[in-house]
Write a protein that binds this ligand. Structure first.
Ligand code: NAD
Ligand code: MN
Length: 357
């Protein structure tokens, strides 16, 4: 039997609540399938550790993670720690340190969940957003001069490399090719940003030649937000920069009903390093400890993790269980229901154990 070593980093806010739910569902799947086991190690990294020790993760954190098969991550961020400290202290060092350059964000409207878009149902919105996850606007390059003075200047430099853009473009075309519609939309802002973004457009056209069966088009990111709202059925696979896709995928999550159902995989396609799976949402201080965090995003990302590990049957079974529970109306308040995290988790585990799932 295969045993997968999973590093769980629940971190802050509702992170521990949804990761506990996700682990319960994974355990139910492992037991039901009998084909694999999970060996889970939990790490107490996050804002509490930062307040205690001055660092969100230990200095050798990457070393500690490198021999795991996958990382299962909750959310990071606390009301009394600046957001740039938490983000750059934990999530980004892992993503960038392990060169998880493809951030993959599937979005569809789950049965039983209502989109805020009138008349838009499950058949009208089924996207995968591919976010460049290693460079671009989040390269961390820049600085501040004359801090606090009237003449202060700050720079936030976007770095785009040919290697970085080409590999994400190739990943996106390949993913588009694997989906029934074989259709990719390349998002940039190449009218205003005339260097890196124009290079994106050029590289898209070059890579497209290797995928003659994929149809593709281009959008400017501002117009893209309109198209997502007005004509969601016209989109399928989408590729965009680190910043643009960050924003578009929050919108996508909201259009699919709630941030609480939006998953993401930070993937190293070459499998040199462990990949990391997490819900898109943050630590949601407003609902922390209330027992009402929606665990669906975490179930979905657990399914992405199983797929990455090669456990296709378990991955599909988990999503069938989630679909069933949502269509049965077992929903948390963010998607219009009255169920708790525990209710949804128990219903999903029960569905996993059921005969017909
Ligand atoms: P957020 O995603 O935490 O919350 C936004 C809104 O969505 C809140 O009203 C929240 O209650 C709701 N929400 C989010 N997840 C939910 C779920 N599973 N179930 C039900 N409702 C849910 O974003 P924010 O409020 O902008 O940020 C809070 C903190 O999280 C900040 O410190 C921010 O930096 C951090 N953050 C971390 C990550 C990450 O770890 N990847 C991502 C985004 C934000
Ligand atoms: Mn984000």
């Amino acid at each position: 039997m295969k045993t997968y070593k999973i590093a769980a980093i629940p971190a802050d806010g509702i992170g521990p609540e949804v990761i506990a739910a996700g682990l319960q569902a994974l355990e139910a799947l492992a037991r039901r399938d009998g084909g694999f086991e999970l060996d889970v190690t939990e790490f107490d990294w996050g804002s509490e550790r930062y307040k205690r020790t001055g660092a969100l993760m230990p200095e050798d954190g990457k070393e500690q993670l490198k021999n795991f098969d996958a990382i299962f991550f909750g959310a990071v961020g606390a009301p009394d720690v600046p957001d740039h400290v938490t983000l750059w202290g934990l999530r980004l060092p892992i993503c960038q340190g392990f060169d998880q350059y493809a951030n993959v964000r599937p979005t569809r409207i789950l049965p039983g969940i209502t989109s805020p878009l009138a008349g838009v149902g499950p058949d009208d919105l089924d996207w995968v957003i591919v976010r460049e996850n290693s460079e671009g606007e989040y390269s961390g390059v820049g600085g501040r001069a004359h801090r606090g003075q009237a003449e202060e200047v700050a720079t936030e430099v976007s770095i785009f490399t040919r290697v970085g853009v080409e590999r994400i473009m190739r990943y996106a075309f390949k993913l588009a090719q694997s989906r029934p519609r074989k259709f990719l939309t390349v998002v940039t802002k190449s009218n205003a940003q005339r260097h890196g973004m124009v290079m994106w457009d050029e590289i898209a056209a070059e890579v497209a030649k290797d995928f003659p069966d994929v149809t593709w088009d281009k959008m400017l990111v501002d117009a893209m937000t309109v198209r997502m709202v007005k004509d969601p059925a016209s989109l399928d696979t989408i590729v965009a920069t680190n910043l643009h896709a960050d924003i578009l995928s929050d919108l996508a999550g909201a259009l699919a009903g709630s941030l609480g159902v939006a998953p993401t995989g930070n993937i190293d396609p070459e499998r040199r390093n462990p990949s990391m799976f997490e819900p898109i949402h943050g630590s949601a201080f407003d609902i922390t400890g209330k027992g009402i965090a929606n665990p669906v995003a975490t179930f979905w990302t657990a399914s992405q993790m199983l797929e990455h590990l090669g456990e296709m049957d378990a991955a599909k079974r988990l999503m069938r269980a989630v679909d069933k529970v949502c269509s049965d109306g077992v929903l948390t308040p963010d998607v219009g229901g009255t169920a708790t995290t525990k209710d949804v988790t128990e219903a999903v585990c029960q569905a996993i154990r059921g005969e017909n799932i």
